[in-house]
Design a protein around this ligand. Structure first.
Ligand code: FES
Length: 385
């Protein structure tokens, strides 16, 4: 009988014997454990050391830090993802997530674009104290705010508020640099024209590429400004897009922007499943949440006993994670927005406030686990970290 063609190939018999053996005795996959772990750590490192190679002025209050790897390798990411920086800012060990604003096809560096937050501990540290050549510790890329061709429409409508533009910059740069078959509308709300981050680049890109539409919306425009003014209203969005169907909407910005824009989109009959919101830190003024108990003031202080040790003090209007960090305690954290679950703690006694919409597993609720980054003390607590 003639041989099958594949039997002629070098190594065929060895593989065939291996298959026969493993069918009979099973395969010991533990022998691959080290190499699999190496690959996983390469693609999803929990910590990396990055060096600031350049600092680019963007607006009077915003700079881009260009970060390169210590050892020449940066893990791949999807446009829209973030890295968390871990740092000692003004005597406190803390972390902050920053969306990567450079495109994923740029494999030599990550850009993060940092806007000064008044009295913001980390933004002032990064903008005033970090210089070229400094090392920063970071997580690997993380987050779910990216385009997925299986579920999302090829026409993306992006609504950004202030520094919420950064993930969209990564997406736009990728679309134009890689020639992707996607159309992208970007509405960017800024207080003033001076503060419109990436304004010049976006004007140039939208002139050159017919699949990129850029609409800066300036709340307090200079005299004679002819572009869109005020807020990102449903009327403006409708007028720019025409038919809003078969488009996926992406929002990234402060809570106030979501509170305003989501109802505007609902008026346009955009179904909620077509509206994707990036996590953007804890609400700035949680005590203004409609469900916040009126008898508790933002400045009320409570005692929090941590893992049976001494008690620390926590302010009602501040996330528990911040109080723990201020007291020198280390709690793992990435997103600081209730999404990644890294900062889960167990409430042994006492009550906390958690804003609506924070995803909490049923089992977490049952066993009283909460996300410290979006939980606020409403009375004295005992917790397990
Ligand atoms: S840090 Fe991600 S859920 Fe708290």
């Amino acid at each position: 009988m003639s041989k099958a063609i594949f039997e002629e190939f070098d190594g065929y018999q060895g593989i065939a014997d291996e298959i026969t053996f493993s069918r009979k005795h099973g395969t010991d996959y533990t022998i691959y454990r080290d190499s699999v772990n190496q690959q996983i750590n390469l693609l999803h490192p929990s910590r990396m050391t990055l060096r600031v190679s350049d600092i680019i002025d963007e607006t009077p209050s915003t700079k881009t830090l260009r970060l390169v790897s210590q050892d020449g390798y940066l893990p791949p990411f999807l446009a829209g993802q973030y890295i968390a920086l871990f740092l000692d800012a003004k005597g406190v060990r803390t972390s902050r997530p920053y969306s990567i604003s450079s495109p994923p096809n740029q494999t030599g560096y990550y850009d993060i674009t940092v806007r000064r937050v008044e009295a913001g501990r980390v933004s002032t540290y990064l903008l005033d104290e970090v210089g070229r050549g400094d090392a920063l510790e970071s997580s690997g890329p993380a987050g779910h705010f990216y385009f997925n061709p299986v579920f999302h429409d090829r026409t993306m409508v992006c609504l950004a508020g202030g520094s919420g533009i950064t993930p969209f910059m990564s997406m736009i740069r990728e679309v134009v640099e890689c020639g992707l078959d996607r159309t992208l509308y970007l509405f960017h709300g800024s207080k003033t024209l001076d503060e419109a981050i990436f304004y010049d680049e976006l004007c140039a890109v939208s002139k050159r590429f017919e699949n990129i539409f850029y609409v800066p919306v300036i709340e307090h425009p200079p005299e004679g400004y002819e572009g869109a003014k005020g807020l990102m209203t449903g009327t403006l969005i409708r007028k720019t897009l025409g038919d809003p169907r078969e488009k996926t909407f992406y929002l990234c910005g402060p809570q106030g922007m979501y509170d305003f824009c989501v109802p505007e989109l609902e008026v346009l009959d955009i179904p909620l499943r077509k509206i994707r919101k990036e996590v953007y830190g804890p609400p700035a003024r949680i005590w203004e949440d409609p469900a916040w108990p009126r008898e508790i003031q933002a400045d009320d202080h409570f005692r929090v006993r941590v893992s049976g040790a001494d008690a620390i003090h926590a302010r009602a209007g501040e996330p528990l994670l911040t109080a723990l960090e201020n007291a020198g305690l280390r709690v793992p954290a990435l997103c600081r927005s209730g999404e990644c679950s890294m900062c889960r703690i167990k409430i042994l006694s006492g009550k906390v406030f958690q804003p609506a919409g924070v995803p909490v597993r049923k089992s977490d609720r049952q066993f009283r686990y909460v996300h410290a980054c979006v939980s606020y003390p409403l009375e004295d607590l005992e917790i397990l970290v």
